[in-house]
Design a protein around this ligand. Sequence first.
Ligand code: COA
Length: 415
Amino acid sequence: MGKALEGVRILDFTHVQSGPTCTQLLAWFGADVIKVERPGEGDATRGQLRDIPDVDSLYFTMLNHNKRSITLNTKSPKGKEVLVKLIRHCDVLVENFAPGALDRMGFTWEHIQELNPRMILASIKGFGPGPYVDCKVYENVAQCTGGAASTTGDPDDIPMVTGAQIGDSGTGLHLALGIVTALLHREKSGRGQRVTAAMQDAVLNLCRVKLRDQQRLERTGVLKEYPQYPDIEFGDAVPRAGNASGGGQPGAILKCKGWQKDPNAYIYFITQAAVWADICRVIGEEDWITNPHFATPEARLPHLKMIFARIEEWTKTKTKFEAMDILNAFDIPCGPILSMKEIAEDSSLRDTGTVVQVDHPTRGSYLSVGNPIKLSDSPTEVTRSPLLGEHSSEILELLGYSADEIGIMKNERVV
Ligand code: COA
């Protein structure tokens, strides 16, 4: 059986992180992804954050696996001619240029539809229609405008962005779902359509629980599972909640053995109501099982700081892995704070292909994150990212150009 998206052709006009995340996923599912890059320079990330001189950066290689690369000056007449052929050849055009760039290049949605009525045009922009529609946006701008930064961080400190790339990779994931949905719809309608995902919208979607809390706060004036309760008065907007769980089951990050020297000797501990009695037994507070101050989730809310301080006395006597083993035996939900070093060395993540070792002709061997989505009949094989323009000639041949014509295009720096 072939790969799930085998036969689907993607014209990949993406750059930096958000768009490339999307097209990499489609490539992992088997689509033929043709990445179009500017001659001579390519995707800016090829040269950013380099750890080896003159070698494609990890930033680029880790976001562009399983793709082919063609260089093309799409602002030259000949380049436009090639782009027209690519649009006719492909099923989906994915782009994350600054607002208006594709139009300025001469490829409006109307024109693309004329060229190929089955084409799906998928775009990532910073904002949807509104006052900021024309703005360029990077990751942290999206985190700030999508509600993540105002709700992340310590209660008494400044707004905080998270290392998880929810603006870029998060939006890329949203767009990928939009594309496969449009492909499925095309089976019935016979026509392509526009798919757009704004980074602000995607971040907000991932911060859905905070809009939930905003409305709870407006109705009741209080968020009892937040660390501010019961000591500090709430304002009119959802505050930052430190490491409080954000769900119906209170949680906290607690110190484990070795925390004085190891910045990651911590565990996330959830006092799930269903296992409260076991938690009490593990930490040696059997009395709390029936004590009316602790016996129910509602009764515990005003005492959460004290409860977690007592549990921490116990976790401090165990390493994070010892604590995990003991707690798991009682089905108590918890998780050690894993460093990137620990994750990179985790054999089970290697076994499932979530962490993969990839060979690259100029870089050598490096680690990457594989496909986190596993299909039973269409497993992912991660192959290295393309060198700049590595597949220009073969793609131009596929479009019907002769070797002589390709040579002229190369001389004239069209490709
Ligand atoms: N041939 C010729 N020109 C090309 C080209 C090619 N193959 N590929 C791109 N270009 C041109 C574009 O047409 C554009 O020209 P124009 O400004 O004259 O219209 C120019 O290169 C620059 O493109 P742009 O997208 O504006 O790049 P930038 O580096 O200035 O901005 C971003 C980068 C990410 C801020 C911007 O693209 C953006 O806001 N994108 C949408 C949101 C997004 O995805 N952000 C997250 C990125 S991780």
